[in-house]
Write a protein that binds this ligand. Structure first.
Ligand code: GDP
Length: 199
């Protein structure tokens, strides 16, 4: 299955002004600067679809994108989902509690969105065990429903030495290892997403 179209749908401040929850959603979240916008643009093959992280203090918006997949099934040639770009968290500091640091509207989205199926937690492969990411993981695990999965996607793997990357892969056997620069890991990530949504 392949993404053949990706378009911006709308921004929202909270669930209240979000689109109807009638399409399966995949939320992308991670620390500011983790490489989230680059990943979304590479994954969808649309340069400039997702904008790079805004500076701290700016309004934190939830951005919705319509994603169209081409299947190999002639009777149902296309399937649809939404990718949801959440604002980066933990800008340049480690916070004790996620909720303290992050907008309440965003945690509400993660906790309460009925059509949310996948959390893609992006982690910088050079710093895989920061407190802020551990907090996010704990939070996601605590709210995760049975129909949802968490995908750990390690970014910027081109910056790691081969040995260190091999070690990281051993530590996180279910992780997905990504380089936007080298265009690596995109198929694995896309397969993990489509497998859960449509498989
Ligand atoms: P965001 O804040 O999470 O949306 O991060 P961006 O996508 O804006 O990327 C932050 C910085 O990391 C930019 O300077 C990117 O060029 C760089 N970057 C993103 N992905 C990669 C990658 O795979 N490898 C390397 N070396 N740099 C990357």
């Amino acid at each position: 299955m392949k993404i053949v179209d990706a378009t911006f749908l709308q921004s929202a401040q909270s669930i209240a002004d979000s689109p109807d929850p009638n399409v399966a959603e995949v939320a992308f979240l991670g620390r500011s600067n983790v490489g989230k916008s680059s990943l979304l643009n590479t994954l969808t093959n649309r340069k400039g679809l997702a904008k790079s992280s805004s500076t701290p203090g700016k309004t934190q918006l939830i951005n919705y994108f319509n994603i169209k997949f081409k299947t190999s099934n002639e009777e149902m040639p296309y399937l649809f989902a939404r990718f949801v770009d959440l604002p980066g968290f933990g800008y340049a500091k480690v916070s004790k509690g996620l909720k303290k640091d992050w907008n309440r509207n965003l945690t509400n989205y993660l906790e309460q969105r009925p059509c949310l199926q996948i959390f893609v937690h992006l982690i910088d492969s050079r710093h895989p065990s920061l407190d802020i990411d551990k907090n996010v993981d704990e939070f996601l695990s605590s709210i995760k429903r049975g129909d949802q999965i968490i995908i750990h996607a390690f970014t910027k793997t081109d910056k790691l030495k081969q040995n260190d990357l091999a070690k990281l892969k051993r530590e996180y056997p279910n992780g997905i290892f990504i380089s936007n620069l080298k265009k690596k890991g995109m198929d694995s990530l896309q397969n993990a997403i489509t497998e859960h949504l449509f498989g």
